[in-house]
Write a protein that binds this ligand. Structure first.
Ligand SMILES: Cc1cc2nc3c(=O)[nH]c(=O)nc-3n(C[C@H](O)[C@H](O)[C@H](O)COP(=O)(O)OP(=O)(O)OC[C@H]3O[C@@H](n4cnc5c(N)ncnc54)[C@H](O)[C@@H]3O)c2cc1C
Length: 410
């Protein structure tokens, strides 16, 4: 009888990856050192290496691209067919960095990697396999083909300017020595969101203006009228974000009730704009005006709403008419972000006005450091759900990697 193949346990797999990381030879001197082997860092490394630079990626995790594996619920919504700089917190900077051919550049890059993709609702682009591993793997393969040294289990803990570039201090997750050093002509900061948080040595080494991090694209803790027992119920709604009665934003889509407040993609997107004290007003019957809703719901709300949500509304309101009123305008007062450790993106990081948008090189007057570049979420750029954040990471990685290679070839 054929024996079933068993997958190695996590601990065994981790030990194997650590051993593989240890065996990677890191050259003592390179043209380009990329700190962080995630979405932006891998793309930057590929483009720099393909233009002739010697490149090392230093990644603190035991594998490159692990963040990519978690995206889009493991399916990786890697870009959007309707990219628009206006949807980001720094629209002018994003426009200047990404240019007019942003989408074509990203898709051309992935086509060259051998990735096929498909478009879903709202322009969301996914790999044909619907597996985030497809995206991660084509990047890692292309990086290897280009000759990039992928040095995993190595965290960049220091960057010191030296005569001809940087001295990079690396903390290794293996071996007795603990730290090692290498020299690089240029460095690209691609350490992702939250990586330059308070007290981080790298952050103070950079000597650059850094905006403290705050979670965005996350659920919101709210005070609402409906009981926590609705946890897990999903409703299609129109959600209006209001501040002192003024409308800030409005979105359509699915809202998920949680014991602490509200979740779902619509709420994630609104979390980029919401602050404590703001109100999320849910219209649970967005396709029905009040008159028609009243006519249809004169005997029961079960034909209009999820019956469990309907029962909860009626129990709270006391009668059908008032319950209908609530269904059209159900207020939730925001108290702050929830499950912040699971936020998809952090706002904050390196301030964009310290970087030249044509190259993503730190402006000379903004840094004590020569030849410092940045890409992805390490910069203070964030966009909505739907593939916009990865699209930024890819394109900014392309810009930084290309410019870094040009600088080292001079
Ligand atoms: C659960 C989840 C789902 C998401 N889904 C989507 C989605 O479907 N579509 C979308 O567009 N966006 C999505 N995002 C956001 C997207 O993943 C990020 O915006 C994107 O990965 C940012 O790219 P980056 O290269 O800047 O950072 P990352 O991809 O996070 O890479 C940074 C890398 O740097 C490493 N690192 C950090 N500090 C150091 C250091 N000091 N030394 C060495 N290495 C270091 C990290 O280990 C990491 O590998 C999601 C995020 C999360 C958390």
């Amino acid at each position: 009888m054929a024996r079933k193949e068993r997958r190695p346990s996590r601990a065994i797999e981790h030990a194997r990856l650590l051993e593989a990381a240890k065996s990677v030879h890191v050259p003592p001197q390179v043209d380009v050192c990329v700190a962080g082997g995630g979405a932006g860092g891998l793309v930057a490394a590929i483009l720099a290496a393909e233009r002739g630079a010697s490149v090392v990626v230093l990644e603190r995790d035991v594998e490159c691209g692990r963040t990519i594996l978690a995206t889009g619920n493991g399916r990786c919504n890697f870009a959007n067919a309707r990219l628009d700089p206006e949807l980001y917190n720094e629209p002018d900077f994003v426009r200047d960095v990404c240019g007019d051919s942003w989408l074509d550049d990203v898709l051309g890059f992935f086509a060259d990697c051998g990735l096929a993709w498909e478009e879903e609702a709202e322009g969301r682009l996914y790999p044909l396999s619907r597996q985030a591993a497809s995206v991660r793997n084509v990047l890692v393969s292309r990086a290897r083909r280009a000759g990039v040294t992928l040095a995993t289990a190595r965290e960049v803990v220091g960057l010191r300017p030296s005569k001809d570039g940087f001295e990079v201090t690396v903390r290794e997750a293996f071996g007795p020595q603990g730290t090692s050093c290498l020299r690089a002509q240029v460095a690209i900061i691609a350490t992702g969101g939250g990586s330059l948080a308070n007290g981080n040595q790298l952050c103070s080494d950079l000597g650059m203006p850094i905006q403290p991090d705050e979670p965005v694209l996350c659920p919101l803790a709210c005070e609402g009228l409906l009981p926590p027992e609705l946890d897990g119920r999903r409703v299609r709604s129109e959600v209006t974000l209001k501040r002192n009665g003024r409308v800030l934003q409005r979105r359509h889509g699915e809202v998920l009730f949680r014991p602490y407040g509200l979740s779902g993609i619509v709420v994630f997107d609104l979390s980029r704009f919401a602050g404590a004290g703001d109100v999320l007003e849910l219209d649970l019957l967005p396709g029905l005006d009040a008159v028609r809703a009243e006519k249809l719901g004169r005997d029961t709300l079960d034909g209009l709403l999820d019956p469990i949500v309907a029962a909860s509304l009626v129990a709270h309101a006391g009668d059908l008419r008032r319950a209908l009123g609530l269904a059209k305008s159900l207020p939730y007062r925001v108290t702050g972000p929830a499950e912040a450790n699971r936020a998809q993106v952090t706002r904050g990081g390196l301030l964009v006005n310290a970087f030249d948008p044509r190259t993503l090189r730190a402006k000379d007057d903004a840094s004590a450091m020569a030849r410092l570049y940045a890409c992805g979420e390490a910069l203070d750029v964030d966009g909505p759900c739907g593939g916009y954040n990865l699209a930024w990471a890819w394109k900014s990685g392309m810009v930084a990697g290309t410019a870094a290679a040009k600088e080292t070839s001079r």
